[in-house]
Write a protein that binds this ligand. Structure first.
Ligand code: PLP
Length: 387
């Protein structure tokens, strides 16, 4: 039979998709399933953005675009970065790709190979570790701990740098913990990196619009001293409820732009043209739909954190960003996987085991609150009965 490459056995996956499939199967068998498993807004893409995509198709935008994205889209990105983070970015450093994931794949392939090390948050977005292993590099986990509200410790990150380190991946606000790393810690990381000029940094800021309790997003773009080795990833999926459109971007350092553009040309040529026009409308149009969605998430966050803390054996930090709560369930006597399976099979509530985000997620379960308050209350009531 066929003989696959060894590298395939090192490629991981994202369990949230497996849980979604299981939940959908149970629902199709007539079970009443509440889905708190999936990492996407439960809102529709705002109308004016949808209309811009339709108009682009009707106007005949059916061909290839530049591989790095339409100039007008890359300019809209830089205007947005100026508005939100107060930074100047050259549109030539922006590379548009189909979603958030391609940037992490390309960045890891650009730096990772056998003999190198790449650091990544654990628990963290599972694709980081997966693609690091795929590249042949050694994955070096950055522990995110509940006692630090799931922020990373700059000291611990810096202490793990070796001559083999090529890339450090950070993510704030974070999936799956909802943790937000405070500015002081980021200041310390950037200051410490001055001693390690061979190390690049990828800052995954896909949840940069989703912070609560008066917190402000700290973008790594605000540190000019590391611009020459910073990859800042963001996109439309979460902010504009556009996960299925497949649109994301990163700001790349000068020395990496040609490399990533060649990766794009080899991989996908360019992002779907109509999607790019929709992306222009999203950034240049009214932002009120974003503010309304975030305000709604904030209300649900208060509800879910309060209700989770009221469950016996469960404690939950206040989840400062993104749209996830990451309760500690060790007091229930269950492992993460046991809790996830029990919640789905017995209560019809889909969640994701903390261990799906790395071994240090043991003892936790991720609840996405991208669902109505009514469904969140019903889900927790069902779990309360179980426990
Ligand atoms: N980065 C993080 C931390 C995420 O949680 C996600 C999606 O869940 C992404 C990136 C990728 O999003 P996309 O669907 O745009 O590829």
């Amino acid at each position: 039979g066929m003989i696959f490459a060894d590298s395939l056995s090192r490629l991981g996956t994202e369990s949230a998709f497996t849980i979604l499939a299981r939940a959908q199967k149970l629902a199709s068998e007539g079970r009443d399933i509440i889905n708190l498993g999936i990492g996407q807004p439960d809102f529709q893409t705002p109308d004016h953005i949808v209309e811009a995509g339709i108009k682009a198709l009707r106007d005949g935008h059916h061909g290839y675009t530049p591989a790095n994205g339409l100039p007008a889209l890359r300019e809209a990105v830089t205007a947005d970065l100026h508005r939100r983070h107060g930074v100047e970015v050259n549109p030539d450093n922006v590379v548009v790709v189909p979603g958030g994931k391609p940037t992490m794949f390309f960045a890891v392939l650009m730096f990772g190979q056998p003999g190198t090390e790449i650091m990544y948050p654990n628990p963290g977005f599972p694709i980081y570790e997966s693609v690091i292993r795929y590249s042949g590099a050694k994955p070096v986990p950055i522990a995110l701990k509940e006692e630090n509200d799931f922020a990373f410790s700059a000291e611990e990150v810096l202490a793990q740098i070796t001559p083999a380190t090529r890339l450090i991946i950070i993510n704030s606000p974070a999936n799956p913990t909802g943790g937000v790393t405070p500015r002081e810690e980021i200041d310390k990381l950037v200051a410490g990196l001055a001693d390690h000029p061979h190390v690049a940094l990828m800052s995954d800021e896909i949840y940069s619009n989703m912070l609560y309790g008066g917190r402000e997003h700290v973008s790594l773009l605000q540190y000019p001293e590391i611009r020459d080795r910073l990859i800042m990833l963001d996109g439309w999926s979460k902010t504009y409820a556009m996960t299925g459109w497949r649109l994301g971007y990163a700001v790349w350092p000068d020395a990496a732009v040609d490399h990533v553009t060649r990766l794009c040309i080899n991989d996908h040529s360019c992002v779907n043209a109509a999607t790019q026009y929709a992306g222009i409308a999203a950034l240049n149009g009214p932002q009120q739909p974003v503010y309304d969605m975030v305000a709604e998430f904030d209300k649900r966050r208060e509800v879910i954190v309060r209700e989770l803390n009221a469950l016996q054996g469960v404690t939950c930090t206040d989840a400062a960003g993104a749209f996830y709560a990451f309760p500690n369930i060790t007091g229930t006597g269950m492992t993460s996987a046991e809790a996830q399976n029990l919640f789905l099979d017995e209560a019809g509530v889909a969640t994701v085991a903390g261990t799906s985000f790395g071994e240090w997620g043991e003892g936790y379960v991720r609840f996405s609150y991208a669902n109505s308050t009514e469904n969140i209350l019903e889900a927790i009531a069902r779990i309360r009965k179980l426990l």
